[in-house]
Design a protein around this ligand. Structure first.
Ligand SMILES: Nc1ncnc2c1ncn2[C@@H]1O[C@H](COP(=O)(O)OP(=O)(O)OP(=O)(O)O)[C@@H](O)[C@H]1O
Length: 896
């Protein structure tokens, strides 16, 4: 019946009990994981694992038996409560190996009376490979990533096991951090050689995931290619595209990790979706953090751009929206396709409402498919698929093709509708599930009770026999009481099956009746005595046989459906994707209508022009408090056009504390993200030449955890911008240089602004309290001053939150201190100190004499373009013709 065991129980070493021998073998197979060792209704943990888990979970640590003369520390968790404990261990960064009983005690007995139940590791649970709803955040993706570097190129492979999606991105080394952070992985695999590599370490640190080092040999291209081909069951990877070596290595790491953690079970994965880094707006980890795109700086979703925007009604839709916002695009054509879809749904309020109502009822198809494929799903996952398929069909009906082709849905929506058209196979599966699966099935297949009556006649027959016999058993109780005069109760347990139970006192006459009595004694407990009769034991056998048969038939039915789902995993995931995309798109339309957002014009110029822009998150907060939000314009242009009316390339933003400088800076960066994510933007109008890299830095943010001083951190991040920003980039710098002595800070801020203007030539907003920087406007061609307006009225400071031309003359820091409740005597003292300082400064203001301003700096060395670097990295002698062709395509992509 059972397949031969992969790892038959081995004889234990001398002096070790057989079970402990099994445990030690499991631990040796997974030395880095906490081993959950199944013993009956508990998972037991031993030795160091027990100590770690008891500390992390607060469970009792006991001792049991001895190993090599020492007590064995032990702790246990009940099987039924495992998920909660698992979740806590995983959150604490642990990996857990589940060592289960893989046969029943009865099966073990067949191998010999002394045989112990065979156990094996059935899975290793790690942060990046979770699939259970109870362990996953419904509205966030859970991803496992791998990083590899070969021939000077980096690659990131990403798998979302819970939904079956795989991504592969090859990129330049300098873009590794941004590429990895865009996926927000929970776990990152890296060859051990790269673990402490200076070029890779910051990317790993910035990714936010738990880092696992694997043996570098696993990433060797030939071995890696074999593994990936095995994972997909294909003879050659080439059918999926021409992968770079680094991509194959990274995918190989993922494949190797899935092999061990899933104990050989093959997940249903989509072919790797390849995207070059040139397809996406690069946003490095520091920028993500500073702009609070999908998490606030404190790590919460609430208060982020994503949370403010999210009007999705399904968890798949929420994940699709999160991905869209986390990885905005760079290609104007693709961006405009996304915008077309949002606009079309925005204009059709009724259809949108019906669509959202329909979607609201659908379950998480993607995760259900993935669990079923991995053999971890249950009847409820089948119900999720049924509802998804049903809704897919009904949604198709909402989009009636109009007579006028001009009002037909745009391409992206048509693509979704196409994927929602069920193939005959999917149609059959849907009907099968509608006809065969109960409306509200149980969670687990094990106990049966999910196949509808009437679906399989032989199952109905077994169930009827079981239920009728149960009824006869119930009648039998009344008959036995009437015939014997003894107050019997019929009960059932796993050991005795059905039995008649009464108290010791009432049982007395039955013992005296002798062998003629129909009541056969089975068991005597302290207060109860249990009997059976020939009829009852026959009925018991019939019921258990029928019950067993019914259960086996339900199991077969489930397995049949499960296999169909596994076979149809890809088209099912395509349906799930289409539902998610429709949800995300209609949610963006809903939000746009709610907040009055407009469609941005996106092209490949170097323009940035916003009229009446608003910060979506701050606006929501300010409005909630009953205040109005002041919209602001912003115009920048990377193209070197001089003369009247030309836009600046770089604006110096000054103004009092609290006047809204940071809000203004971030709002413009967020508008870039929204527009390139294919979303409408909170503004009156916006024109955007696509941005290749977005940078946002706020001066002096502590990073004590990484042991860097505040100012050092600020400079490391600034250095990254100055080496990576291009004329197509967009940079916002907020008070760079403030973390050090005034003149050092001013000098650094000055030099950075100059470099961004002259060398990087990026569109830049530069907020500062160093009002001296305003003089850059006179010295450089494409610099303008902006200031946030405030006015003093009756000695009070009033913020207008309005950005206007010109520089601010002062920071009003003392007034802000007063507003903040600093005691009046301290404010008064500060004011008099300030007056003195200002008078002194006016008397010997020698700034213009400083070399900083007077000496013409040597022109900065020409920065190597990305193209130059890419060309320099090529080694034509070491390339096959195929690699040369690939390289040519890559270079072409860089140029676009
Ligand atoms: N355009 C606006 N309309 C309405 N309120 C605004 C606007 N911009 C900012 N605010 C309000 O002003 C507060 C302070 O803004 P912000 O932090 O941007 O000021 P700041 O100039 O950067 O200050 P500091 O120089 O002290 O860092 C915000 O929290 C918000 O409540």
């Amino acid at each position: 019946m059972n397949a031969p065991l992969a790892h038959p129980p081995q004889p234990a070493p001398d002096g070790v009990t057989p079970v402990m021998g099994q445990y030690l073998a499991a631990k040796a197979a997974q030395p880095d994981a906490i081993v959950f060792f199944r013993m009956g209704d508990f998972y037991e943990l031993f030795f160091k694992d027990a100590e770690i888990a008891s500390a992390l979970l607060g469970i009792t640590l006991t001792r049991r038996g001895k190993h090599q003369g020492e007590d064995i520390p032990m702790a246990g968790v009940p099987v039924h409560a495992m998920d909660g404990y698992l979740a806590r261990l995983i959150r604490a960064g642990q990996r857990v190996a589940i060592c289960d009983q893989i046969e029943t005690p009865a099966e073990a007995k067949k191998r010999g009376s002394k045989a112990i139940v065979a156990r094996d590791i059935v899975r290793v649970v790690t942060p990046g490979t979770l699939t259970e709803d109870s362990l996953l955040e419904a509205r966030g993706a859970n991803r496992l990533a791998a990083v590899a570097i070969r021939k000077g190129r980096a690659a990131v492979a990403v798998v979302e096991l819970s939904a079956g999606a795989v991504d592969s991105v090859a990129c330049a080394l300098e873009d590794l951090a941004a590429t990895l952070a865009a996926f927000r992985p929970s776990e990152v695999l890296v060859p051990d050689k790269l673990f402490s590599d200076d070029a890779v370490r910051p990317a790993l640190d910035g990714s936010g995931g738990v880092v696992q080092a694997l043996a570098s040999a696993v990433a060797e291209p030939a071995a890696a290619r074999d593994r990936v081909e095995r994972l997909y069951g294909v003879a050659s990877l080439d059918g999926f595209g021409a992968f770079e070596e680094a991509e194959v290595s990274a995918l190989g790491l993922v494949a190797a990790y899935l092999e061990t953690t899933q104990a050989g079970k093959v997940p249903a994965l989509t072919p790797p979706r390849r995207s070059g880094e040139s397809g996406f707006l690069a946003i490095d980890p520091a920028t993500r953090q500073s702009l609070e795109i999908d998490r606030t700086q404190r790590g919460e979703r609430e208060g982020s751009l994503l949370a403010c925007l999210d009007r999705t009604v399904t968890s798949g839709g929420a994940r699709a929206l999160a991905e869209r916002v986390a990885r905005p695009l760079r290609d104007p054509l693709a961006i405009n396709e996304g915008l077309d879809a949002v606009e079309w749904l925005l204009e059709r309020r009724d259809l949108r409402r019906d669509l959202r109502d329909a979607l609201r009822a659908s379950a998480d198809v993607a995760r259900a498919v993935s669990r079923l494929a991995l053999g971890r799903g249950g009847p409820r996952d089948l119900a999720a698929i049924r509802s998804g398929l049903d809704i897919a069909e009904s949604i198709g009906g909402l989009f009636v093709v109009p007579a006028n082709p001009l009002s037909a849905p745009p391409q992206r929506l048509l693509g979704c509708l196409d994927r929602l058209t069920l193939s005959p196979d999917l149609g059959r599966l849907k009907i099968d599930l509608i006809e065969g699966l109960m409306d509200e099935p149980p969670h687990l297949a094990r106990d049966g009770g999910f196949v509808r009556p009437g679906f399989r006649p032989e199952l109905d027959a077994a169930r009827t026999l079981r239920d009728d016999s149960r009824r006869v058993v119930a009648d039998l109780e009344a008959r036995a009481v009437a015939e014997s005069g003894v107050p019997f109760k019929i009960k059932h347990n796993a050991v005795l099956g059905y039995f008649l139970e009464t108290t010791a006192k009432h049982a007395e006459p039955l013992f005296r009746a002798g062998p003629e009595s129909p009541y056969i004694h089975r068991q005597t407990l302290a207060a109860q005595v249990r009997f059976t009769t020939v009829e009852l034991s026959e009925l018991d056998a019939k019921i258990s046989q029928a019950g067993f048969r019914a259960l086996a038939m339900e199991g077969e039915t489930f397995e049949g459906w499960r296999q169909t789902v596994q076979r149809l995993a890809q088209p099912l995931q395509a349906v799930a994707d289409a539902l998610a995309e429709l949800d995300a798109t209609s949610a963006l339309a809903e939000w746009a209508e709610e907040v009055g957002a407009v469609r941005p014009t996106v092209d490949s110029s170097l323009t940035f022009e916003v009229q009446g822009g608003r910060h979506p998150v701050v606006e929501a907060a300010v409005r909630k408090a009953g205040d109005p939000f002041t919209p602001n314009d912003c115009r920048l242009d990377g193209a070197p056009i001089k003369g009247a009316g030309a836009c600046p390339r770089l604006s110096i933003v000054t103004g009092p504390n609290m006047a809204g400088k940071s809000t203004f800076l971030r709002q413009n960066a967020l508008l870039v993200i929204l527009a390139q994510a294919g979303s409408f933007v909170p503004a009156q109008a916006m024109r955007l030449g696509v941005v290749d890299r977005l940078f946002s830095r706020v001066g002096a943010g502590d990073d004590l955890a990484r042991g860097r001083s505040t100012f050092m951190m600020e400079m490391v991040e600034t250095a990254a911008i100055l080496t990576q920003a291009t004329p197509a980039s967009f940079v916002v710098l907020d008070e760079i240089g403030r973390g050090t002595a005034t003149y050092d800070g001013l000098a650094i801020a000055w030099a950075c602004a100059e470099a961004l203007h002259e060398t990087n030539r990026s569109r830049t907003l530069f907020a500062t309290h160093y009002h001296e920087l305003a003089r850059l406007e006179e010295r450089l061609d494409h610099v303008s001053n902006l200031s946030m307006k405030a006015k003093e009225w009756n000695g009070e400071l009033i913020f207008l939150h309005e950005a206007g031309a010109g520089a601010a003359d002062r920071s009003y820091g003392v007034q802000v201190a007063k507003l903040a409740g600093v005691p009046p005597w301290v404010v008064a003292r500060a004011r008099s100190v300030l007056d003195r300082l200002e008078a002194e400064k006016a008397a010997n203001d020698k700034l213009d004499d400083l070399p900083l301003f007077a000496v013409a700096e040597p022109p900065p060395p020409p920065m190597k373009s990305i193209m130059d670097e890419a060309v320099a990295a090529l080694d034509p002698d070491a390339m096959s013709p195929r690699e040369a062709l690939e390289a040519l395509y890559r270079l072409k992509a860089l140029k676009v």
